[in-house]
Design a protein around this ligand. Structure first.
Ligand SMILES: NC(=O)c1ccc[n+]([C@@H]2O[C@H](COP(=O)([O-])OP(=O)(O)OC[C@H]3O[C@@H](n4cnc5c(N)ncnc54)[C@H](OP(=O)(O)O)[C@@H]3O)[C@@H](O)[C@H]2O)c1
Length: 331
């Protein structure tokens, strides 16, 4: 008899996308070398876009979102992975047009999976999830760009700082010795941000007072930006000579303006970060960093929910209200 499993399903209707928890059949999963029993997933902004039917994210509905999954292999036709191995799958097409981690089972190509590094639990990996991976890749991009400078004694700025990518970027930069300014729209979260390691917390409005366009005071060595729009314009205008911003998100809009001055007068750089389609080796490198030198205590950041509780969390993240990380427990 075909094995059944529980999953969140998003269905397109005339009133917009509707979410429900349904029973699905393993036979309906796509082809792939690895059948994985998902133990944990996590909620990212992109999942909320997929779940709500935002254009340009998921093509076909009904659909089970979830771009992140950690669990154990139940069936493998690839000799590098065996039954019982714990693995992490993030990005590529998972949760986009391939049934995702908001279901108890996924079936994926083996090239999408990494073995869980020792030093990280499945829950740790999903506490980080794509948001953590992206924060890690942002910090790697800044380091690779300017390794002579180092993070020790540097000044950095993180936008969207109470959200998934932002909160982990604040923690990581602070751990690496940078003095971190956190930009937030939530004045109620100062204690949380201080606890993560932020030295200074400013509102989005305050940022436009300290930074002037087209080019202003030199304040920061490094920036991690998930907002884009005017916020990214202001970051670029206030970098120190040789400084750089790693950008990965667009919660503030898909485009931004900048003069050429930061680039030609201060040698500044804007570094794009993709966590989805990069090589699996690059993903593994970041997971291994998080299992060792970059080990973070994420307990104050993580809210654990069941599949049935995800709908409310999806509404919150879409409204810009996300604080820290939401881990989905499918055990
Ligand atoms: N390139 C990649 O591979 C990649 C990977 C992961 C995520 N992303 C993108 O990065 C962005 C953040 O993802 P996430 O998972 O961290 O999302 P998130 O958890 O929702 O965090 C975003 C944060 O940005 C701030 N924010 C929300 N709306 C805003 C607005 N209109 N203007 C200014 N700030 C706003 C809020 O923080 P405050 O209230 O503290 O300001 C919010 O908590 C998304 O655009 C996502 O698609 C890209």
């Amino acid at each position: 008899m075909t094995k059944k499993f529980k999953a969140l399903e998003s269905v397109k209707t005339d009133q917009g996308n509707q979410l429900s928890i349904i029973e699905r059949s393993i036979d309906d999963l796509p082809e792939g070398e690895l059948l994985i029993k998902v133990h944990y997933s996590s909620l990212n902004y992109k999942d909320a876009l997929s779940a709500s039917g935002a254009p340009g994210v998921t093509r076909n509905y009904p659909h089970t979102p979830g771009i992140d999954a950690a669990g154990t292999i139940e069936e493998s036709s690839n000799q590098n992975f065996k039954e019982g191995d714990s693995v992490i799958v993030t990005g590529y097409d998972l949760g986009m047009n391939t049934s995702g981690g908001f279901g108890e089972y996924i079936r994926v190509p083996s090239s999408w999976a990494v073995n869980l590094p020792s030093g990280l639990s499945e829950k740790d990996s999903m506490s980080l999830g794509t948001a953590g991976l992206t924060a890690g890749l942002s910090i790697k991009a800044l380091d690779d760009h300017n390794s002579m400078r180092g993070f020790e004694s540097s000044a950095s700025i993180v936008t969207g700082s109470t959200g998934g990518v932002g909160s982990i970027a604040v923690m990581l930069l602070s751990k690496l010795g940078s003095t971190v300014t956190a930009v937030t729209g939530k004045d109620s979260q100062n204690d949380l941000l201080k606890g993560l390691g932020a030295s200074e917390i400013i509102s989005r409005e305050q940022l436009s007072e300290v930074s002037r366009t087209p080019i202003g005071k030199t304040i920061w060595d490094f920036g991690v930006d998930v907002v884009s729009g005017n916020i990214l314009t202001l970051l670029l205008a206030s970098l120190k000579p040789g400084g750089a911003v790693a950008c990965s998100g667009l919660v503030g809009g898909p485009s931004f303006e900048s003069s050429i001055f930061p680039f030609i007068l201060r040698g500044n750089a804007l570094l794009g970060v993709d966590s989805v389609e990069i090589s699996i080796e690059k993903k593994l490198e970041v997971w291994e960093n998080f299992a060792t030198d970059w080990k973070l205590d994420l307990s104050s950041l993580v809210k654990e929910v069941k599949l049935e509780e995800l709908e409310d969390e999806i509404s919150t993240i879409l409204a810009g209200g996300q604080i820290g990380r939401v881990v989905v427990n499918l055990n």
